[in-house]
Write a protein that binds this ligand. Structure first.
Ligand code: ATP
Ligand code: MG
Length: 391
């Protein structure tokens, strides 16, 4: 008998001719994530991925695998020979293990027989193992509809017995869908946006704007902390930081007060586009959401879009705030996001930002600025760091 972790992936299976590419990527993501466990074996067999965890820290390994995009279910199983006597014994043992952590009055057996040469059919296996458990375990009943515990048996070349199905996040392995530049503020939304885009298989890098010394060093550290949490899902990535203050000062001096927000947003996009182009990134990602704040209107988004030609992805655009907050809690970014540090957008914040900007007016205001020169100057002073994470 051996301990093994079985990893199931969902959507990838649907990918037709590209399936092999997605599967290989997922296996290599898992290997990469677990590279510190020397000698650990990860392999694919019949559309499942197995990790031989005998003598390794099983729980730690499961926690890591659960975070890898593409994974839908993770189970830690006993791998045994495909013989009824052994299957019965181990199924009973598995149930006894469950009873040490949970009060159990009822159970059921679910069997999958992938090896069609095995002499008993799935239902026959379930029924025989179920009877054996009833004979050998006190005070327990079968309940096929709503059991307290389910014991899963899979009969392949070997047999696998387990009782737990831990949910992963599904999606596609990072690195199968191009690269994006995430505009990462210290808020709740942008880390969630980056996570969602990573879940669609994109690799990310991040760009942060600050207004040092108006914004503090601590505010920047907060962004790095968020990037580190995100890295546990999408891998380590580069964080570019840019001081927006000289641009904000210039806008403040030359443009109307209420245009501050929209014009600085357009600058952010232009800078982001230029960096994306230099670093070979395919799209920008923001945490914008329709109607969440006064400046996030469709009119404002159109005027922002017009500043660049690179696609701007807004994965949260139609989500409810409550759902975004719940996601941030699940990912582990929420507690950091709500720390009260100032953001660059709060510097020179207009009393009444325009909510329905008109493109011609914004363009004519921008004529008072040397846009290109300001953008280049900002990029010249860019700093680059790398996030820290599990892989
Ligand atoms: P968040 O919670 O992500 O800060 P928000 O609800 O505060 O978003 P805005 O402040 O309008 O909304 O920002 C919208 C988006 O613009 C952010 O989600 C982020 O992608 C980008 N953004 C805003 N401020 C910054 C910044 N300082 N650095 C990088 N990107 C930023
Ligand atoms: Mg914000």
């Amino acid at each position: 008998m051996k301990r093994v972790v079985i990893v199931r992936y969902g959507e990838i299976v649907l990918k037709g001719a590209n399936r092999g590419f997605f599967e290989d990527k997922l296996v290599s993501r898992i290997r990469n994530q677990l590279k510190n466990y020397e000698g650990l074996k990860v392999y694919k067999k019949h559309s499942l991925i197995y990790v031989d965890v005998e003598n390794f820290e099983e729980r730690e390994i499961i926690k890591k695998i659960k975070k890898i995009f593409g994974v839908i279910l993770v189970s830690a199983a006993h791998k045994i020979s495909a013989e009824m006597e052994e299957i019965k014994l181990i199924a009973l043992q598995e149930l006894q293990e469950v009873t040490t952590t949970k009060n159990i009055d009822t159970f059921k057996i679910v069997t999958k027989r992938a090896n069609k040469k095995f002499p008993l059919k799935s239902l026959e296996i379930s029924s025989e193992v179920g009877s054996y458990i009833l004979q050998n375990h006190k005070n327990i009943k079968v309940d096929v509809h709503n059991p307290d515990a389910t014991i899963y048996i899979e009969v392949r070349d070997e047999a696998y017995v387990y009782s737990e199905k831990i949910k992963g996040y599904g999606g596609l392995p990072v690195g199968t869908g191009g690269k994006a530049l995430l505009l990462l503020s210290g808020g709740i939304d942008s880390p969630v946006a980056g996570w969602m885009i990573g879940n669609r298989g994109m690799q990310i890098e991040a760009l942060h704007f600050h207004s040092y010394p108006y914004t503090s060093e601590r505010a920047k550290e907060k962004v790095i902390d968020l990037a580190n949490v995100l890295s546990n899902y999408v891998g380590r990535f580069r964080i570019y930081s840019i001081n927006l203050l000289p641009i904000q000062k210039e806008i403040n001096e030359k443009c109307k007060e209420e245009e501050m927000t929209i014009i600085s947003r357009r600058f952010m996009m232009k800078i982001a586009e230029k960096i994306a182009c230099k670093k070979n990134l395919d799209a920008l990602v923001t945490g914008e959401n329709l109607g969440q704040v006064a400046s996030q209107t469709i009119q404002s988004m159109s005027v922002i879009n017009e500043s660049v030609t690179i696609p701007i992805l807004r994965p949260l655009v139609a989500m409810n705030k409550v759902d975004i907050i719940n996601m941030a809690k699940e990912i582990g970014t929420y507690e950091t996001s709500i720390l009260p540090f100032e953001d660059c957008c709060t510097v020179f914040l207009p009393k009444r930002p325009i909510t329905k900007p008109r493109l011609e007016r914004i363009l004519s205001s921008e004529e008072k600025l040397d846009v290109e020169c300001l953008v280049d100057e900002a990029i010249k002073n860019m700093r680059t760091e790398t996030s820290d994470g599990e892989w």
